[in-house]
Design a protein around this ligand. Structure first.
Ligand code: LLP
Length: 423
């Protein structure tokens, strides 16, 4: 079922709400999320995990809007966080501290302290230096920190180079060949309690082979670690399952979980999954209005009011997002080849290049698909452009779940130094 579809009159709907209605009330650009699509994506995991000793910690980095996090939390999700800011969001959305997993390559002592004070369930440690720091911080607080070590299995996830994480040359995790030493150190540190092992090999994976290879390697490690006397009760598989942007055919959640169940069979580990993109990516769109159309000698530019500051994926990762008009074009409408660009003063400011679209004119609305993950969270206010608001639709209801800040609000957090104040 598609949660974003044209109705009988040709208007694009998010569930039961016309996007043009939201645009009329909220203005453009805006992000729009479908609660039904979020629940459906969650349900795929919930159904496929039945009977498995496994849980999902939603990776907040993909979309950390409080309403989105609460929707998953209410369905039973834990959280995968990479900062104290994300921890505060997970807690504010009602996710119990015990269901929070803290990942990240550079956690500061103050952040580790805040995490331990909040009582979060598991810290995925990524270096020997972090083991020492965490041990010291836990000692100060008089607690034992439950940890896994994130290992880097040196697997090529065959995804974009900026989002692959499981190769030796990436900064993440501890090289699998050095992992036993790290566990030996962890075992000696009195304020740490080793509970398992973690991995995350990359994002937007569209085949299962890298998972199979990585799990096989980590499985071998788990056997060694147990022989060394460590308790390995949990295996955190990470996130990374891909979605459809263009014509990808990512594996189903069911087949992914089947593969994991098979490859971990007999290990006796409780499994953790940290999906981000797969839960939210296809559940969100970015809606924008055409400001003007500028025919050029070599190409036509459709200038819209969303820009690279709102959605940076096209320029940062050469990501391809499907773009459709919010008003369905007539079947016989002629198409033009165009670049969809924003108003920001950079040539990298585009949402799409060389796209064939039915002719657009000023005032038309467009919808950028698969923008629910790594969209709003990666936005900035470059060029003093207010962050695009976020809207959640649920059936025939919708609500603004993050309003657009006014320019006055944006300026109000800045100040002149005392020596510049007017006399
Ligand atoms: N767990 C860890 C430790 C991670 O580093 C990540 C993502 C996830 C889970 C969630 O991965 P997912 O299921 O969403 O693939 N900004 C990039 C993606 C960066 C992903 C970073 N780590 C993009 O827009 O494609």
């Amino acid at each position: 079922m598609s949660f974003f579809a044209y109705d009988a009159t040709g208007d694009m709907q998010a569930e039961g709400v016309a996007l043009k209605t939201i645009a009329g009330q909220v203005g453009t650009p805006f992000y729009c999320y479908s609660a039904g699509a979020l629940r459906a994506a969650w349900q795929e995991f919930a159904v496929a995990m039945r009977g498995m000793n496994a849980s999902v910690c939603y990776a907040l980095k993909a979309n950390s809007n409080l309403a989105v996090v609460k929707l998953f939390g209410d369905l039973g999700a834990g959280a995968d966080i990479v900062s104290v800011g994300e921890m505060r969001r997970a807690l504010a959305a009602g996710i119990p501290a015990k269901k929070i997993v803290y990942s990240g390559v550079g956690k500061k002592p103050s952040e580790l302290m805040a995490a331990l004070q909040a009582g979060i369930g598991q810290i995925n440690v990524e270096s020997s230096a972090e083991l020492e720091t965490l041990n010291a911080v836990a000692g100060q607080l008089g607690v034992k920190a439950a940890i896994t070590i994130r290992v880097n299995p040196d697997i090529d996830a065959a995804t974009h180079e900026k989002i692959t994480t499981g190769r030796k040359e990436n900064k993440f995790g501890i090289d699998i060949d050095l992992a036993r030493e790290a566990y030996t150190l962890a075992g000696k540190l009195p304020n740490l309690q080793v509970v398992g092992v973690a991995m995350h090999i990359g994002s937007q994976l569209t085949t299962l082979d890298p998972y199979r290879d990585a799990i096989a390697r980590v499985r071998g490690l788990i056997t060694q670690l147990r022989a060394d006397g460590h308790r390995i009760d949990r295996f955190d598989i990470g996130g990374g399952l891909g979605i459809v942007y263009a014509d990808e055919q990512p594996p189903s959640v069911a087949s992914f979980l089947q593969l994991v169940a098979k490859e971990t069979d007999g290990l006796g580990c409780e499994l953790t999954f940290e999906p981000g993109r797969r839960l939210v990516g296809e559940a969100g769109v970015l809606v924008s209005e055409v400001i003007l159309v500028k025919p050029g000698v070599s190409r036509t530019f459709v200038v819209v009011d969303a820009a690279m500051n709102d959605l940076i994926r096209p320029t940062l990762y050469e990501a391809w997002h499907d773009i459709v008009p919010v008003r369905r074009p007539r079947p016989d409408a002629a198409t033009i080849r165009c670049d969809i660009v924003g108003p920001v003063c950079e040539s990298g400011d585009y949402l799409a290049q060389n796209r064939d679209l039915a002719a657009l004119s000023a005032g038309d609305l467009i919808m950028v698909r698969s923008a629910g993950a790594y969209g709003a969270v990666m936005a900035s206010s470059y060029n003093t452009r207010p962050l695009a608001p976020e809207v959640l639709v649920d059936g025939t209801r919708f609500a603004v779940v993050r309003p657009r800040p006014s320019i006055d609000e944006m300026l109000s957090s800045e100040r002149f130094p005392p020596w510049m104040e007017p006399a």
